[in-house]
Design a protein around this ligand. Sequence first.
Ligand code: CDP
Length: 251
Amino acid sequence: MKSDPEFPQPRYSSCSAIRERKPNIAIDGPAGAGKTTIARLAARRLGFTYISTGALYRAITLGLLKRQVDITEFENSSDQESVLQTMTISVGYDSGEPRICLDGEDVTDRLSDASVTQWVSEVARIPKVRACLLDLQRRCASSGGVVMDGRDIGSFVLPDAEFKFFLTASVEERARRRALELQANGQEVSLEQVRSIIEKRDRIDSTRSVAPLIKAEDAIEIDTTGKSIEEVLDELLSHVTRSVHADRGES
Ligand code: CDP
C-alpha cells in the first residue's frame, strides 16, 4: 500500500482483497459535507480512481459562461442540445489526480471560480445537461474500482454500486468549512455569503425534477459534524473493509 503523507499508514489490512474485488463506491451529500476530500483520500488509500461528478457539471457551466450564454434563458431554450453538442468534456489524470478538459483545455483550476459556483446548480437541474453527462459517468465506472462523489450517484448514476455513503453535516459547519477553503484559495468571502450560496444550491439540488440530491435507500449516512477528516475516512473505510472480510468468511 502506498503511503499517504497526510496520515499514518497502513490501517486497512484487507486492501489487496478490496483491490482484487474492485467495488465501486458512491459518495453523495450536500455542498460542503466533505465528499470531495473523503472521496479523494479513500481512492488514494484503496488504489482506486477518484471521480468528482460535480467537476463535470462545473465544466459545463464554465463552457456556457465562456460562450456567453445567458443561463437563465438557456434553462428554457430550445437550443440546449445544439449548444451542448459544441462542448467536449473529458477526464484525464496527472499523477493520479483527476484533470478536467473542456474543449481540449485543462480547466481544472477554474472550476471553483465564484461565477461557476454561482450558476452550477441552475445548470445541473437542466434535464438535457444531466442526460449528456450520464453516459460519461457510467463509462468511467464500468470497470469498477472507482470512488465517485456527487448528488445522485448512489440513487441514480450507479444504483448497483457495491458501497454507498451519504455524508451530511450541519449547514453552519458546511459553510464554515467552505469559507475557510475559499479564503485559503485567496477568494474574499464572508461566512454569511457562503452560507446563503450553500443553502440556495441545496434547495435547487434537492428540489429539481431529475435525479435530485437524495440519500439512496441502501446508503450509509455519516454525519461529519464535529468529526475530523481522519475520523470520517476511518468510518467509511472500516465499513468497506469489514464488509469485504465478511464476504470472504473472515472475522
Ligand atoms: O463540492 P461542492 O459540494 O461545492 O459541489 P460539487 O460536487 O462541485 O457540485 C457542484 C454542483 O453540481 C452541485 O451543487 C450540484 O448542483 C451539481 N451536481 C449534481 O447536480 N449532480 C452531481 N452528481 C454532482 C454535482
